[in-house]
Write a protein that binds this ligand. Structure first.
Ligand code: URA
Length: 317
């Protein structure tokens, strides 16, 4: 085998490894590490095949596939890929053959926020019609879609006004919610109720639900497969209620709905959009109970929501 073909073969193997790694990341609860769109496109098949063909003909295959760091900006997935150009046009024909092994996959992968919309089915939604919460609840049934079902006492679906202008989305039920089958009734729930009332609503005015509907054991974080199993129901609930705004309480709610892995400390306080609905990420009330000094920031976030609705503190209606 010629040197060029040798190098090309090694490269192909490394790229194949990287492609598998990427697929695994995608399957891991949709928490995707991203690479530059052009590189990703190349890795997903066509580019690899073309690379192999190119390598067989070209004297400088390795240089053509080596993407220098400067050409790999940390861009979200929505960034349009560069127009397709033949690989040969991307690297000078005279470039010397690179003999050293390409960097390991970790060095090729950047971890910017993921921005990949949810495109799966929504339970209870037929032909894109607006479902009712009852239809979605029926679809959920005595859910066994993930392992949380084995430890739960009750499914905690959601509560409040089915036509609320404002929805609060939390993480998952705790012990009190599990017993009562109602979201946010424990200590964090009492704080949330105070926050809602301080905004000028009654609890019954708004709709409250969670990312996962069953209590994770010992209040551990929901795991990716659990979020994946439950997420369509949350999305369907939001489709049913059609609020004007959503408050995402904590990182699980914000990251799941927005498909963005940015930490909540950076996301909070900035308006985002979920399916055309305004979404305000803020701290989870359980976190505020542990870190009361952060309540001020959460209140600032909620004040932005009040401003959006033209509400004054304590003003009902
Ligand atoms: N924490 C949550 O995220 N949801 C609840 O329902 C209760 C506590």
């Amino acid at each position: 085998m010629s040197e060029a073909l040798d190098t090309s073969h090694e490269l192909s193997e490394v790229l194949e490894d990287l492609r598998r790694h990427l697929l695994w990341q995608e399957e891991d609860g949709g928490r995707v590490l991203q690479v530059d769109a052009r590189l990703a496109a190349e890795l997903r098949g066509a580019g690899l095949a073309r690379l192999r063909a190119q390598a067989a003909q070209s004297a400088a295959p390795a240089a053509a596939t080596q993407v220098p760091p400067a050409a790999r900006p940390m861009v979200p997935r929505v960034t349009p890929p560069e127009p397709e150009r033949p690989l040969a046009a991307r690297a000078p024909q005279q470039a010397p053959v690179r003999r050293e092994a390409p960097p390991p996959p970790e060095r090729l992968i950047e971890a910017p926020p993921q921005v990949r919309p949810y495109t799966g089915p929504l339970p209870g939604v037929v032909d894109g019609e607006r479902p009712t919460l009852d239809e979605i609840r029926r679809e959920l049934g005595d859910c066994r879609r993930c392992k949380l079902c084995s430890g739960r006492k009750n499914i905690v679906f959601g509560s409040g006004n089915p036509r609320a202008e404002l929805v609060f989305v939390g993480e998952g039920p705790g012990a009190d919610e599990d017993v009562q089958g109602v979201p946010f009734v424990g200590a964090a729930g009492q704080l949330l109720t105070k926050m809602i009332e301080a905004m000028g609503y009654r609890r019954d005015d708004v709709y409250i639900c969670n990312v996962v509907k069953c209590r994770p054991p010992n209040n551990r974080n929901p795991e990716p497969d659990e979020v994946t199993a439950c997420e369509p129901f949350l999305r369907a609930q939001l489709r049913a209620v059609q609020p004007k705004a959503i408050v995402a309480l904590g990182k699980f709610a914000a990251q799941t709905l927005l498909r963005d892995s940015t930490p909540i400390t950076r996301m909070r306080g900035n308006w985002r959009e979920y399916e055309g609905i305004k979404l305000m990420p803020t701290f989870h009330p359980a976190y505020l109970l542990r870190q009361p000094a952060e309540k001020k920031k959460a209140w600032e976030d909620l004040q932005q929501v009040m401003k959006f609705f033209g509400k004054q503190p304590g003003q009902r209606g």
